[in-house]
Design a protein around this ligand. Structure first.
Ligand code: NAP
Length: 284
């Protein structure tokens, strides 16, 4: 069983790196990381790289880039899963987003291509505040975002990785779709305020309208497709549809999901929110 050959796409990212670590700790040695900087390289934007990475693998964990909600995702996932099955993959675990109808089309594609697969739909990650797009504004001491009133049950990437590992190693999860959330609904300003208190820094939260946010992103000269995706995630996914808590993490792992406060306590202790030079310069 521990000989299973497992491909982890995005194996250097937030959930993938944690999944790799856990599988290695359990004694799985046939793990391949899908990454643009590995050899062979894997790039979602270059389908010619896919076959070499899929070759000789049995199970694949899919973290799509940049998001299953983008208009081209369904076609890409169709093409990728067809090739994967052709090359012998019998099981896929797809990391998906909650409440994204486009992502759900991709889920259907995966389950149709390989019925033994598992869908792991997650709410927004805690680690968006420490390893992703909210980190720089936190360091700058000023976070400006829309949907300040929206309630989201942020999930911890460690919980997601624990669940993904179970779905990979235990066939009882085949064919299932799980919804992963944290145990508490909180708003973005509340999340920032918890981080601010824990790391002893004044981090301001400025509430924007969706349009103000788009204009702000344009002023940073971000590419239009990035702006579209960012706006989609706030406008669609944070419109209240996901303001509910699921207990799938507890059902699968037999323990409670990690609360945001626990994530904040552990992460504040690493010092990641106190990188002094950048934050002090911008704050003053
Ligand atoms: N963040 C959230 O709150 C959230 C919530 C629900 C669902 N999701 C979904 O989670 C998925 C991302 O998973 P994650 O957060 O674990 O990963 P991640 O940290 O966003 O990134 C994973 C890796 O993707 C790789 N990557 C970037 N562009 C690529 C490309 N063109 N081809 C191949 N690899 C590429 C990068 O690796 P290399 O540089 O090594 O290639 C990166 O380390 C997305 O589909 C997102 O929609 C996210």
């Amino acid at each position: 069983m521990k000989q299973t050959k497992i491909l982890i796409l995005g194996g250097k990212g937030k959930t993938g790196s944690r999944v790799v670590q856990r599988l290695q700790n359990l004694g799985y040695s046939n793990i391949r990381i899908g990454s643009r900087s590995e050899s062979p390289a894997f790039d979602w934007e270059n389908s010619e790289t896919w076959a070499e990475v899929l070759k000789d693998m049995e199970t694949v964990y899919i973290t799509f880039q940049p998001d299953l909600a983008i208009p081209s995702a369904v076609d890409t996932i169709k093409q990728f899963t067809a090739l994967a099955v052709e090359l012998g993959i019998s099981k896929m675990v797809l990391l998906s987003g909650r409440g994204e109808k486009e992502a759900q089309l991709c889920e259907e594609v995966v389950l149709k291509a390989a019925p033994n697969s598992t869908i792991v739909r997650a709410s927004w990650f805690n680690q968006n505040f420490s390893e992703s797009f909210f980190l720089d504004p936190i360091l700058a001491g000023h976070v400006s975002l829309p949907r300040a009133e929206a309630l989201e049950p942020f999930t911890d990437a460690n919980d997601i990785a624990d669940v993904v590992v179970q779905t990979i190693i235990d066939d009882k999860h085949n064919g299932q779709t799980y919804e992963l959330t944290g145990p508490r609904l909180l708003t973005l300003p509340k999340a920032i305020s918890e981080i601010s208190k824990a790391c002893g820094r004044n981090i301001q939260f400025q509430s924007l309208t969706l349009d103000e946010n788009v204009n702000l992103l344009r002023s940073y000269q971000l590419p239009e497709d990035h702006i579209w995706l960012f706006n989609y995630l706030f406008e669609e996914v944070l419109d209240g549809r996901n303001a509910t808590i699921s207990n799938d993490i507890e059902k699968i792992l037999g323990r409670k999901a990690t609360d945001f406060s626990e994530f904040v306590k552990i992460t504040a202790a690493t010092g990641v929110w106190n990188k002094p030079v950048f934050s002090e310069e911008v704050a003053h």
